[in-house]
Design a protein around this ligand. Structure first.
Ligand code: NAD
Length: 519
């Protein structure tokens, strides 16, 4: 039986949240509670005219926001940091209701914007301060690098981390002085809408952060045509469509896309610790994390021990629908997504893979539950062998040499995340350099890299363009302006000089400036 919906999710709250989605044509979408499959609220759908109007309103608010002193802008986020911590249980309730994930995952997701705020509160004043550089002529010239906001940032977010991708990615953009036009996934619009209400309670001007809702292909084109930059998180296929449109409009974009992430277990790994970490790396968020592990390569000397211990630990996990801490694995986001996961497992089995554990849907637990599944004998002819399954399914493979493991790990079009397990840290850091992946976690599955907010995190190969976090996670939302000053016209020959004299003098000064390291 589905657990009782949390008391925090009242009809009044739901009505208030969806009331900010513009929808003049009156269309709506049935947003359901995942555990029960019951209607939560009718989500208004935005037309192209609604999107254009929302963009205009955000641009008006943005001009005033950009003119607000940085200190005042940042004070809003000081307050939002505390408000988000105080209301974490409501955020987690909404995330769970719309996505079906466990309490642990919903809680950790609710921590993400808080961590981002804290990092950028420290870093933004430095990043946004004008930087003085020397000009080409020492003493007589200088150049100042300035970072004004781009204007209006379009954010298109997926359903797997709706609060993190909807709110966290907006924070550095807002700090830099931009407005936001967010399109969440229809299934998971509630938690970002609630996050925006908290930001406004903290003092964010109304109108600055707009939300429009609808199916991607309906909303996407007008949204992209209305903004100055696109921050997209989602599948590689959609990312290509978004990037094409942004390119045609000559606006920049950041694309955070899919993965088919490998783990390498070296011959010196502590297997008990590796197994414990693997459970989260594979089954965290019911396998719906872009950085989660779907391929595990284990040195042949440790393969049997790892396989047997991982199967036993997987079978001991608690799978359950509950709005409280306890279950290790929750539901998938929707019955449609369950069918995708099931089709990958069925296809693998039909083509000869062995199911070591799991492999079946669990309608007795809820409409979207699927057993944590471990496969052996997976090949590249199988859907799960190459495509992102994005569910609680992983394949195990033995390897003989480290070179072979590297080749296998890199044998994919994706390059988002990889994980290496060993007791020799230096060996792992050297090996990481050989993996074609934007993130490499050593002795962890994924969280350490993602939560290191000071380091940019993005994908290589087909896993993305650009990055979030780190300095570039804020600077990407700004233009770069070069304000150059020449105090006196000194270029070219003086009245007494020939062009040859001038050229010789120029060569000498270039040589000396190099020697003295002035330029
Ligand atoms: P998706 O690409 O189907 O949808 C993502 C968002 O794009 C949704 O809001 C959707 O409505 C919208 N969209 C779809 N078509 C569109 C179009 N033509 N124009 C504009 N918007 C459009 O992805 P999904 O299934 O929601 O999310 C899962 C995928 O996201 C996985 O591939 C996962 O790996 C990836 N992901 C990547 C990261 C990362 O940081 N690299 C993080 C989370 C998820």
């Amino acid at each position: 039986m589905a657990p009782q919906r949390p008391a925090t999710i009242t009809d009044e709250l739901l009505a208030r949240l969806v009331s900010r989605v513009p929808s003049t044509a009156g269309g709506s979408w049935k947003l359901t509670e995942v555990y029960s499959g019951e209607l939560l609220v009718e989500l208004p759908q935005s037309t192209p005219d609604d999107i254009s109007a929302a963009a205009t309103e955000a641009r008006t608010a943005q001009r005033a926001w950009a003119a607000t002193p940085l200190k005042q802008r940042l004070a809003v986020f000081e307050r939002a940091h505390e408000l988000m911590l105080q209301n974490q249980h409501v955020i987690a309730d909404l995330i769970q209701a719309e996505s079906g994930k466990t309490r642990r995952m919903a809680f950790e997701e609710a921590c993400d914007p808080v961590m981002g705020i804290s990092h950028y509160l420290k870093r933004a004043p430095k990043l946004l301060a004008p930087k003085r550089h020397g000009g080409p002529v020492p003493v007589l010239s200088r150049s100042t690098e300035v970072h004004p906001p781009r204007g209006l940032i379009g954010i298109i977010a997926p359903w797997n981390f709706p609060f993190a991708t909807g709110i966290s990615d907006a924070i550095p953009a807002l700090m830099a002085g931009n407005g936001i036009l967010l399109k969440p996934d229809n299934k998971t619009a509630l938690s970002p809408l609630y996050g925006i209400s908290l930001l406004e309670e903290a003092g964010l001007p109304r109108g600055l952060f707009q939300v429009v809702c609808g199916e991607g292909p309906d909303v996407g084109p007008t949204l992209i045509d209305s903004v100055d930059y696109v921050m997209f998180t989602g599948s590689t296929n959609t990312g290509r469509t978004i990037g094409e449109r942004a390119g045609r409009n000559l606006i920049d974009c950041c694309l955070e896309l899919g993965g088919k992430n490998p783990m390498i277990v070296l011959d010196d790994a502590d297997i008990d610790e590796t197994v414990a970490g693997t459970l989260f790396a594979v089954f965290g968020n019911t396998g719906q994390i872009c950085m989660h592990i779907e391929r595990i390569y284990v040195h042949e000397s440790k393969y049997d021990e790892f396989r047997d211990k991982l199967v036993a630990a997987t079978e001991a996990m608690r799978i359950e629908a509950a709005y409280e801490f306890g279950p290790d694995v929750g539901g998938l986001v929707s019955p449609d997504h369950l069918e995708r996961v099931r089709s990958h497992v069925d296809d693998a089995v039909a083509k000869g893979a062995t199911v070591l554990t799991g492999g079946k849907a669990r309608p007795d637990l809820g409409p979207t539950f699927f057993e944590p599944t471990i496969l052996e004998g997976t090949t590249k002819e199988m859907l799960h062998g190459t495509l992102e399954t994005f569910g609680p399914v992983v394949s195990l493979y033995p390897y003989k040499t480290v070179d072979e493991a590297v080749t296998l790990a890199n044998d994919t079009d994706y390059g988002l995340n990889a994980s290496i397990w060993t007791t020799n840290f230096k060996r792992a850091e050297e090996l990481a350099l050989r993996i074609e992946s934007g993130n490499v976690n050593i002795n962890d599955g994924l969280a350490t890299a993602y939560a290191s907010k000071a380091t940019p995190s993005g994908g290589m190969k087909q896993s993305g363009v650009g990055a979030r976090h780190g300095d570039q996670g804020l600077l990407k939302y700004t233009e770069t302006q070069n304000i150059a000053l020449l105090k006196k016209q000194v270029m070219g020959p003086t009245k007494k000089q020939t062009w040859d004299d001038y050229a010789r003098q120029m060569q000498t000064s270039l040589r000396w400036m190099r020697k003295l390291r002035i330029r």
